[in-house]
Design a protein around this ligand. Sequence first.
Ligand SMILES: Cc1cc2nc3c(=O)[nH]c(=O)nc-3n(C[C@H](O)[C@H](O)[C@H](O)COP(=O)(O)OP(=O)(O)OC[C@H]3O[C@@H](n4cnc5c(N)ncnc54)[C@H](O)[C@@H]3O)c2cc1C
Length: 233
Amino acid sequence: MNTSPSAAESAAEPAAQPTAPSAPSARTQVKRSANRASHDPAVLHAIIDAAWICHVAFRDDHGVHCIPTACWRIGEHLYIHGSNGSRMVKRLLDDECCVTITHVDGLVMARSAFNHSMNYRSAVIYGRFEKVEESGEVDKRDALEAFMEHLAPGRQAEIRPGNDNEYAATTVLRIALAEAACKVRSGPPEDDPEDMDVRAWAGVLPLREVRGAPVPDAACTIAAPYYVRHWQE
Ligand SMILES: Cc1cc2nc3c(=O)[nH]c(=O)nc-3n(C[C@H](O)[C@H](O)[C@H](O)COP(=O)(O)OP(=O)(O)OC[C@H]3O[C@@H](n4cnc5c(N)ncnc54)[C@H](O)[C@@H]3O)c2cc1C
């Protein structure tokens, strides 16, 4: 779920304007179930903005790794952050990687075992991360504030901001959304005509993220701000 549709547009990078669908590259050309493919930037943006995390796949001397990490979008880039000492952060600056995001929207129950499916929205992004510097095209501090805005709009103004040491110990990375593919499945099961008489329930079991009731810290005496009061809406 996206807490802040505008967070992606709030930092310094010019507002992303979804334009015509991008042309797929050799590796983003969807072949299997190509009818579910999209290279429309607006679809990609929506999938990223609805995500709390992405998975980043990269290689090092020990093989291939796929690491979950928080993400957010500013314009035409996906952003992540981590400690300067993070193996992942260091490796991502050296080489190409692949980032994925998946939202599961439902279990699709068909009348035959092999026609079962899932409803989903997924994205695969290829490229190389670059370091976001202070006073860069997008300032590192602005990028981290956009992350906070993505999580809880308005919270940045309430909290103790990061100090110089904290910012210095943190690396912010971004990857361009220039080479990406999305796949989206929705709707009912697609049964073969000869299976329509099978006496099994068929349909979709929807799945969604559920927001729980906020749990204040025992020592917190502050009235719940807007984003806490409206967390479950
Ligand atoms: C929730 C979920 C469950 C799935 N379960 C299964 C399963 O059980 N078995 C199975 O075979 N497949 C499953 N899929 C589909 C799977 O993600 C692949 O699309 C499919 O396996 C084809 O892979 P491929 O590499 O052969 O596709 P190809 O069409 O050859 O892939 C070509 C390119 O298309 C892009 N692409 C491929 N898949 C995706 C994707 N899902 N999202 C965005 N871009 C993509 C990539 O850039 C890839 O390099 C599932 C997908 C989701 C989101």
